[in-house]
Design a protein around this ligand. Structure first.
Ligand code: 16G
Length: 245
């Protein structure tokens, strides 16, 4: 990182220009994933800026997850610009989760259809023998980076027209007055198969977190049965624990 490069970054206060410079050094590989940043003092001297500016720039990028600080050993580049930390106790949607972090949620549709459930799905959703389901299969991305593969089924009685789900399943359910209020979620570790690995941009056999969510309406009816594969290298699920009464 040189003063000339810093001068090339346009607009805004000095620390945001320094952040832009660090981001571009990460994206062009000059600062590799898990690589250490030079010490604050050295960066300030070599860039001709104050240590306060360097610290402010770094703190902002740490808060965003782009950089990580380890006590006593310095500042490091996070892998792929940072893992996502997801609390395990809130019933939120992927769209809300990503937006709350300033990431842009998008999806590639793999399937959006209406049809017969499998017998396992019919049992979990508590359906009568001839009842149909809306079915959704999406690759979910944050800032264009694949995050998860998600297969959801919703009883047809609750969601008769799958095409109303554009960006967010929960927004669509909300618009029908059918947003779930409770869910049971089960997590387990898996090695991703080759087809799913290719979609997620991972090597075949990489670790993924498989998550099943069964969500309920206030009256106890099941709204969704969703199975998601989250990239093991991009996600931390975090739960707060309290001493039992
Ligand atoms: C989350 C849920 C998933 C839900 C989806 C709705 C997990 C493990 N899964 O991905 O069950 O269907 O959000 O998101 O958190 P959407 O409203 O953005 O489509």
């Amino acid at each position: 990182l040189t003063p000339e490069q810093l001068a090339d970054e346009e607009g805004g206060p000095l620390y945001t220009r320094l952040q832009a410079l660090i981001r571009s050094a990460i994206s062009n590989g000059k600062l590799p994933a898990n690589g250490a940043l030079p010490p604050e003092r050295d960066m300030a001297t070599s860039l001709g800026v104050s240590r306060v500016t360097v610290r402010k720039a770094i703190q902002g990028l740490v808060a965003e997850g782009v950089l990580r600080q380890r006590h006593g050993s310095g500042t490091f580049v996070s892998r792929s610009g940072g893992r996502v930390e997801q609390p395990l106790s809130r019933l939120s949607s992927f769209t809300e989760d990503m937006k709350s972090r300033g990431l842009m949620p998008t999806a590639s549709w793999l399937e959006r259809s209406f049809g017969m459930p499998t017998s396992a799905e019919a049992m979990i959703l508590g359906l009568a023998p001839t009842e149909r389901v809306a079915r959704f299969h999406r690759l979910r991305m944050a800032d264009n980076e694949p995050m998860a593969l998600e297969r959801a089924v919703v009883p047809g009685r609750i969601l008769p027209d799958p095409s109303i789900v554009q960006n967010s399943l929960y927004d669509a359910l909300d618009s029908l007055g059918m947003r779930p209020v409770r869910a049971v979620q089960r997590l387990n570790a898996e090695n991703v198969g080759s087809a799913d690995a290719a979609l997620l941009g991972m090597a075949s056999g990489s670790a993924v977190l498989a998550i099943e969510r069964i969500s309920y309406l206030p009256d106890g009816r099941v709204v969704e049965f969703t199975r998601s594969l989250y990239r093991g290298d991009a996600y931390d699920f975090v739960a707060e624990l309290n001493l039992a009464e």
